[in-house]
Design a binder for this molecule. Structure first.
Ligand code: IMP
Ligand code: MG
Length: 178
């Protein structure tokens, strides 16, 4: 383990097992449909790549880039769309793919943003969920792991844009960011 990490929260094997289970659940729920997975970059990129391969359904993918964070470890509250959807989502079954649901600011904003474009349905899948830190009224339909209030990195998740390439998820030592 790297010395800037306190513990490993989820190993590669544990991540693969959980993502496969989420994929199986989504496969069951979307039989006969062609969902559009909308990934929230950059954090989703590894999770989403594994998730869509674990889903045995016809589907399409799109991405959005939003910024809500700055370089710290707590949300600034404001959400800005840096890259919008590249297609019309009216009448589509949308599955928003997030790396982590924290305050909920990002997803509650994105959900109402998409609802206004009249999709047939919207569901949220998040790899990680920190329910204790929720301030906005939003819940995920599919959750990989619930975690307590700690700052995690790896498998797409960053601290100051680094650590995204770790194949596992680790808890960052607080002295790294305080
Ligand atoms: P929210 O808007 O507060 O729910 O924040 C969601 C975003 O904050 C996520 O998409 C992440 O980019 C970032 N974030 C929140 N907690 C963590 C963490 O523990 N590690 C890395 N990024 C995090
Ligand atoms: Mg993110």
């Amino acid at each position: 383990m790297r010395e800037d990490l306190e513990t490993i929260f989820a190993s590669e094997e544990k991540l693969q097992e959980r993502v496969r289970a989420l994929g199986a659940q989504i496969t069951r729920d979307y039989q006969g449909k062609t969902p559009l997975f909308v990934g929230v970059l950059k954090g989703c990129f590894i999770f989403m790549a594994d998730l869509v391969r674990a889903c045995d359904v016809m589907c399409t993918v799109d991405f959005m880039v939003v910024s809500s964070y700055g370089d710290g470890t707590t949300s600034t509250g404001a959400v800005k769309i840096v890259k919008d959807l590249s297609e019309n989502i009216e009448g589509k079954d949308i599955i928003i793919v997030e790396d982590i649901l924290d305050s909920g600011n990002t997803l509650s904003y994105l959900k109402s943003y998409m609802e206004a474009r009249k999709p047939a349905s919207i569901r949220i899948v998040t790899l990680m969920d920190k329910p204790d830190r929720r301030t906005a009224d939003v819940t995920a339909d599919y959750v990989g792991f619930e975690i307590p209030d700690a700052f995690v990195v790896g498998y797409g998740l960053d601290y100051q844009q680094k650590y995204r390439n770790l194949p596992y998820i680790g808890v960052l030592k607080p002295e790294i960011y305080s």
